[in-house]
Design a protein around this ligand. Sequence first.
Ligand SMILES: CC(C)(COP(=O)(O)OP(=O)(O)OC[C@H]1O[C@@H](n2cnc3c(N)ncnc32)[C@H](O)[C@@H]1OP(=O)(O)O)[C@@H](O)C(=O)NCCC(=O)NCCS
Length: 383
Amino acid sequence: MPPQHDVSPPGFSFAPSLFAEDCQTASPAVRLRRLTAADAPAIAAGLGDFEVARNLGRVPHPYTLADAQDWLDRAEQDRALLCAGVSVDGALAGMVSLSPAGGAVRLGYWLARPWQGRGIGTRAVGAFLDFAFAATRMAATEALHMVDNPASGRLLRRLGFQPCGVTRERSLARRDTVEHVISRLTRADWRARQPAIETARLHLRTPTLADVEETARLPADRPVGLATAQTAAMLGQLDEARVFILRAAREPRPASLRLLMRLKETGELVGTIGWRAAEPGVVDLGFWLGVDHRGRGLMTEAARATIEAAFRWGAADAVRTSCRSTDWATRQVIIRCGFQWEGSGLVRPSAGGPVAADQFRLDRDTFLSFREWAPAAFHLAAG
Ligand SMILES: CC(C)(COP(=O)(O)OP(=O)(O)OC[C@H]1O[C@@H](n2cnc3c(N)ncnc32)[C@H](O)[C@@H]1OP(=O)(O)O)[C@@H](O)C(=O)NCCC(=O)NCCS
């Protein structure tokens, strides 16, 4: 990094809008954001440090402000490059990128020295990969690290990369060839590490771009509850489904999580469910089930398991939800999960005017004492 793009895998390109909005990580202080021309001095300072540049293949030493400005100009035009700045408490601490190299999609990353060794790299690169696999159809990614760079090797292992070979490559800063370990992360390996829940009849999985068409085909209707409006309001259009999936990929886990619900028996997509951080220790639960699948207890089954995941993995102390006052079906789901009514009032869903709604809350202890159904299987945190 900064990378040179000699060989592009056929058809490999990223939509320019992918990093239009920040991508959050597990740590509120660490975010991934679009780079701008104003980042040139921070990039020059970070990469101008030989201790950083010596671990990167394509960064010369010395590395100047003009080099950083030139690279930013080219990066802006380059559709084969997906690149994000790592921002820590608002300061640019480093970069993460994906770009074509030698027929593969190559991962690159660096942090300036003051930010190294504090877990920031693992968090930032992990969130970037989660976003990239969810928001694109990339099949796999490859990373090279120098044999004398153990921090990079450990970071890759922590994120599920498997070493698959060695190669000698030139380091511009060292002015020498250096032995590198090649590691690879396939989509299947990445997928196996994503949060997932399995109930008696349902698989609950995080959405990816491959789900867009099917998500958009879910029978469109008015949202059942307000909860619905947060989760998947008006998914019946391709653009809306894509926005829903990109938004899910940008949210910080485990503070927030959105899942698609599929029938185990047929694989059919039937709805969505998820939670979102509301205030410290409290998450808002949202859910939606396609009209053809209602009346079979599927929503209650998914909601109970997802609430348990929010308590266990999302570290929530309480879950809140709401539904239209006239929506008896959603209210039944809510009551069957053990929620207690908290109050009612007028609220404004994401689409349409204000509606009368009831609010409910479920505390961890109440849920655990109430729970008498068969437990779901969880795969919630990897690494
Ligand atoms: C590589 C880099 C991105 C890692 O980011 P980081 O925030 O410093 O790393 P983390 O704190 O997340 O630690 C990652 C792992 O490396 C280990 N580690 C960190 N510094 C280390 C060091 N100096 N020596 C050995 N291991 C180290 C950590 O313990 C952790 O391993 P673990 O999860 O098994 O405990 C960062 O150090 C860096 O930018 N280095 C210079 C540029 C570079 O090497 N880029 C990668 C090129 S392939």
